[in-house]
Write a protein that binds this ligand. Structure first.
Ligand SMILES: [Zn+2]
Length: 148
């Protein structure tokens, strides 16, 4: 018998990534991948907080897991598709600057972060304040404001 999947998730989940479970998580939490973002990216657990979702989405960008990004994007703002396979952005690190609400008991949350990347030899950053909403017990990325 197949394991029961979280509602609607399996349709958009990617094939499993091959990032080693014991390596430091890409989101910069200093925990191993398996103790951090992996259970969320594999759809085994929902991210419990807005910050955890934000971190897991950053990790999904680094691993080019479009399915997870779409599955955790609010249906009201979700793009029809994402193609990261030809994206030359190489993510270098994440710093979470601030989180407002977004706890397990909240329905809304905001996370401010800086993500560093290199694209075609150019170093740059994304500094964004992202809005998250929780529906049916699950956090979604809604939208964000670029700060610089
Ligand atoms: Zn992580």
């Amino acid at each position: 018998m197949r394991a029961r999947r979280l509602n609607g998730y399996h349709k958009m989940m990617p094939t499993p990534d091959d990032y080693p479970a014991f390596k430091p998580c890409r989101c910069g939490s200093s925990r191993s991948y398996q103790a951090c973002c992996q259970p969320y990216l594999q759809g085994r657990l929902p991210a419990p907080t807005a910050e955890a979702l934000m971190r897991s989405r950053y990790t999904a960008y680094t691993l080019k897991l479009e399915g997870y990004l779409l599955a955790t994007w609010h249906p009201g703002t979700r793009p029809e598709r994402l193609d990261l396979q030809h994206d030359e952005t190489r993510w270098q690190g994440l710093t979470v600057k601030n989180a407002e609400a977004g706890r397990e008991s909240d329905a809304r949350g905001r996370v401010e972060f800086v993500a560093r990347y290199v694209n075609r030899g150019e170093r740059s950053t994304v500094h964004e304040k992202s809005n998250f909403a929780k529906e049916d017990g699950r956090w979604f990325y809604v939208d964000g404001v670029m700060l610089s």
